[in-house]
Design a protein around this ligand. Structure first.
Ligand code: NDP
Length: 324
């Protein structure tokens, strides 16, 4: 079974925009192919726009998952092993080397679901997107928006490990409590705060050195005013625009010239050669208790669209995961 779209999304996706399709999968595998059953499916913001550009009508919705291998013609992967793949929202998938990210090793104290979160695509995004681009130094001030989500909460925790002061913002008081419980120094609710530069000046009186931007839009422009000369900005995402019907009307970033800011966008895939180092450190930090894992789990494959919509609407704390 797999999910496809019934129509293009109009603003925030709705459950009726998705339907389940049943198909017979030919288990006569070609060289390098692997067949597996989904254990965990990841629901991620990029699916919102990627479905529009990359998923033709009738095709499976794209996404990451952890599968258990049931048949393999690939010498690297064996029956019974778990692997993390870009296989889509499906219960059974046939993938090849191109779609496999890495094996899900049995690591003491780490659940399989973490391989679609802190040890999966969001974790690699947080580690590589923050450390490679922001180059944080001990004692600097870091600001992360979307700070209670899958990527944001990890960026904040990594920034603390690196000895930074960390300020965050998110969309509810419950999330503020969560972010503070994992080490954020100060957090505000962007939905009730009308004056972002004002609150940032209070929470970060020495200015912001590193800005990890998950949100985009007005928030991004306002934060620039609070940045120090020579600040670094990791442009990770722009979730505030994903469900908007009028994209691309942002103001120009003149302030980034005045402040000589280094602002760099990235796609996590460009850091593939850094993943082994990232995994090594992330696993070590989890085992040492320095990096806390938090997930919002939805049970049942049929509830994947609802889990996706809840995540886009802010219903998740930490990583949004579907237990198939
Ligand atoms: P999250 O787990 O953070 O879930 C999305 C969250 O976004 C929601 O919980 C909600 O939290 C928040 N949100 C929704 N609408 C808005 C809005 N209008 N303004 C501000 N916040 C909003 O998702 P991820 O951690 O997986 O992704 C975070 C960002 O990172 C996304 O922009 C994503 O596209 C990007 N990304 C980029 C990658 C890359 O390679 N560059 C790779 C992976 C992710 P709240 O309650 O706080 O509003």
């Amino acid at each position: 079974r797999y999910f496809t779209k019934t129509q293009e999304f109009d603003g925030m996706p709705k459950v009726i925009d998705f339907k389940i399709v049943e198909e017979e999968i030919d288990d006569d595998l070609k060289d390098k192919e692997i067949l597996g059953e989904a254990i965990y499916i990841s629901v991620d913001p990029y699916t919102r726009y990627a479905v529009y550009y990359n998923v033709p009508p009738g095709a499976p919705i794209i996404g990451f998952q952890v599968i258990k291998v049931t048949k393999s013609k690939n010498p690297k992967y064996f029956v019974g092993e778990k692997i993390m793949v870009h296989g889509g929202w499906r219960t059974t998938c046939k993938v090849d080397d191109e779609q496999v990210w890495y094996k899900v090793d049995k690591i003491s104290g780490i659940d399989t679901s973490v391989f679609v979160g802190a040890l999966g695509m969001p974790g690699m995004t947080a580690y590589c997107g923050f450390l490679e681009i922001c180059q944080p130094k001990e004692g600097e001030t870091v600001f992360v928006n979307g700070c209670a989500g899958a990527v944001g909460n990890l960026v904040g925790q990594i920034a603390k490990i690196k000895g930074c002061k960390v300020i965050g913002c998110c969309g509810s008081d419950e999330k503020i409590k969560f972010a503070k419980s994992i080490g954020f120094d100060d957090v505000f609710n962007y939905k009730t705060c009308k004056d972002y530069p004002g609150i940032l000046k209070k929470m970060a009186p020495n200015g912001v050195d590193c800005f990890f931007d998950n949100v985009g839009g007005r928030m991004s422009t306002d934060v620039l005013a609070c940045m120090n000369v020579g600040g670094r900005i990791s442009v990770c995402g722009a979730i505030s625009a994903y469900n908007s019907k009028t994209l691309g009307q942002g103001k120009p970033y003149n302030i980034s010239i005045v402040k000589q800011l280094l602002m760099r966008g990235f796609g996590v895939g460009q850091f593939k050669d850094k993943f082994p180092e990232a995994l090594k450190h992330m696993i070590q930090w989890i085992q040492e208790g320095k990096l806390k894992i938090h997930e919002t789990t939805t049970k049942g494959f049929e509830n994947t669209p609802q889990a996706f919509i809840d995540m886009l609407s802010g219903g998740n704390i930490g990583k949004a995961v579907v237990k198939v």
